[in-house]
Design a protein around this ligand. Sequence first.
Ligand code: CA
Length: 370
Amino acid sequence: MKRRQFVRNASLTLAGGALVTGCASGETGTAAAVQTRPRVNWRLTSSFPRSLDTIYGAAEVLANRVAELTDGRFTIRVFPAGELVPYNQVLETVQKGTVQMGHSASYYFTGLNPALAFDTTVPFGLNARQLNAWFYHGEGKNLMRGLFADFNIINLPGGNTGVQMGGWFRERVDSLSDFRGLKMRIPGFGGQVMSELGVNVQVLAGGEIYPALERGVIDAAEWAGPYDDEKLGFHQIAKNYYYPGWWEPGAGLSFYINTDAWESLPADYKAALEAAAAEANVDMFASYDAKNPVALSRLVDEEDVSMRPFSEDVMNRAREITFDILASEAAADPAYRRIWDSYNAWRKASNRWLRTSENTYASFAFNREI
Ligand code: CA
């Protein structure tokens, strides 16, 4: 028996023994402590379907770990998108306390407050690693908590996709003029930038994209990365797979907790929940990093997909448009500006460091492994 397992079993036995003693002799010592741990049963509504197992799975990683850490006394039941509420009603459902928790991408809710985009990703913004650094060790946590306080929610990072792919195009899009009149499924801030490039932007839910692409209603579509995209089957229709997804350089997911529910938890359950969320945050990113290379190889080697980088012209123009949009949002709203200033200063300092270290190493080493 491994040591950890032995210790766990031993402590379970001790707890069980103490309970029996406690029943016989009244509430004393360990018995009282064990008996007073409350049973808490929560529900979590996800913005994602079960079929997208990596992104949906983060909520299950969290729930399983919380149960383990509390000896099964604090349980969280996870519901996929649509079972309790649609994917885009997760925030308000947690806000009202209909369910205690949610798992979502905050940029789905920029209609409520545009600054919520910074909790997920903005074009040419922080990557996963930089976003975690800003949240855990910069001002990100306080600034985002300030935003979510308006919605009666405590937020915790809950996974990241890493740099996404640019998506699937029936025809090549090598120059800026190729984007004019193109019908593309791309939501949010990225869609706003594409629209400025002349793209006819379409917003379709996950399940609607494939039929629209197949029927020629759209010419191009983006989703996330090789592992998830392969499941949705876009490669069967559009063979040009562009990269990088400059509009989502590290899409961060978040766990939402209703503030009243959070306040009702004992301190050790709060600690268990925070630890489990941090584990789920790391686990999703690692899981995508494990699955995407395998899916990419299948797509390229077995499905005849053509990998194509966006041109410098396209990237540069998209970047200019992005920073214009960010500046005008900041000029219109001091609260938005406060967050953008912090995020932007972090981006610049971090880019300088990672350009020196990570980027120099990666551009040498990764390019020799083709
Ligand atoms: Ca995407």
